[in-house]
Ligand binder design. Structure first.
Ligand SMILES: NC(=O)c1ccc[n+]([C@@H]2O[C@H](COP(=O)([O-])OP(=O)(O)OC[C@H]3O[C@@H](n4cnc5c(N)ncnc54)[C@H](OP(=O)(O)O)[C@@H]3O)[C@@H](O)[C@H]2O)c1
Length: 265
């Protein structure tokens, strides 16, 4: 398929990544989907192919495995024209640091930070071949402030935001536009939904439908917007966080997140 243009979406088997895949297909874009091994992504691909008549390729791998990811990216780079990269794969969680294994924290860093940088740097040469191309990096509202009981996750998302802003400046002469998406809470799966409900009323104010977030993010990214914060409540919160003293923000958010510890995962 040398003449076809593709969108590469990581973590596309479910949640926000699946919504990105469906919205991109609806816009007529061909897809390359990366997700963990399992039946889910192949059946999603068949469904999308049938419904939207676009090409959909699936690569199932653990993106935390640096060598397997490198081999997969080389194959994609050698065979396909990718004009749009959506770095969506990401994991988090809420737990006291004293009860969390280093392995669990390392997996968050490996996927959110290391794999994100690995995919991006591998694809820049392909993206740069187009007059206009796009990278959408999925951060989180958690990137705006440190949070107790999540510690590594907000730090990883702050990394993504900082990395993306630097990249945007560096690549603007090469026609590659980089956007950062800062979603608030999204009910993408049972685990996340349980945690959001445990946080109470204020967390629920920022809730937006997954498809609506994906649709708006793609549109704004293609319009080359630098920072995308979906939803008015989340935009107000983001402004408040700029204005509040850092210690106050840390305390307020952490107190709310602490309620998630009572949720039985
Ligand atoms: N949900 C929220 O409230 C929220 C809020 C702010 C930001 N975000 C961010 O939005 C993004 C998507 O979140 P989500 O809630 O949609 O997540 P999700 O429902 O857990 O989906 C995560 C996707 O990533 C894939 N994945 C996980 N680990 C992987 C690995 N090691 N290698 C390859 N693929 C892997 C999963 O593959 P499988 O399908 O095979 O399991 C799945 O397709 C993440 O970056 C997250 O941090 C989410």
């Amino acid at each position: 398929m040398p003449d076809k243009k593709f969108v590469l979406i990581t973590g596309a088997g479910k949640g926000l990544g699946k919504a990105f895949a469906r919205q991109c297909a609806e816009m007529g874009f061909n897809l390359i989907l990366l997700a963990l091994p399992g039946e889910n992504t192949h059946s999603l691909a068949r469904h999308i192919q049938h419904q939207f008549e676009v090409a959909v390729l699936v690569y199932e791998l653990d993106m935390c495995d640096e060598q397997i990811l490198a081999d997969t990216l080389k194959e994609i780079r050698d065979r396909y024209q990718v004009f749009f990269l959506i770095n969506n794969a990401g994991i988090g969680g809420t737990a006291s640091i004293t009860t969390t294994s280093f392995q669990a924290l390392d997996r968050i860093i490996s996927l959110n930070v290391k794999a994100g940088v690995q995919v991006t740097t591998a694809m820049i040469p392909v993206l740069s071949q187009f007059t206009e191309s796009y990278i959408l990096n999925v951060a989180s509202m958690a990137a705006f402030a440190p949070i107790a009981y999540k510690t590594v996750y907000p730090a990883s998302k702050a990394f993504i935001a900082s990395f993306s802003m630097g990249l945007r400046e560096e690549l603007k002469g090469q026609g590659v536009s980089v956007s950062i998406l800062y979603p608030g809470p999204i009910m993408t799966n049972c685990n996340v939904s349980g945690r959001i409900l445990a946080q109470g009323f204020v967390a629920r104010l920022g809730l937006i439908n997954t498809d609506a977030i994906a649709r708006a993010a793609i549109r704004k990214c293609l319009n080359k917007k630098a920072r995308i914060v979906p939803g008015i409540w989340n935009r107000v919160t983001a402004k408040l966080l700029e204005w509040l003293p850092a210690d106050t923000a840390l305390h307020l958010i952490s107190s709310s997140v602490k309620r998630e510890l009572s949720y039985n995962f």
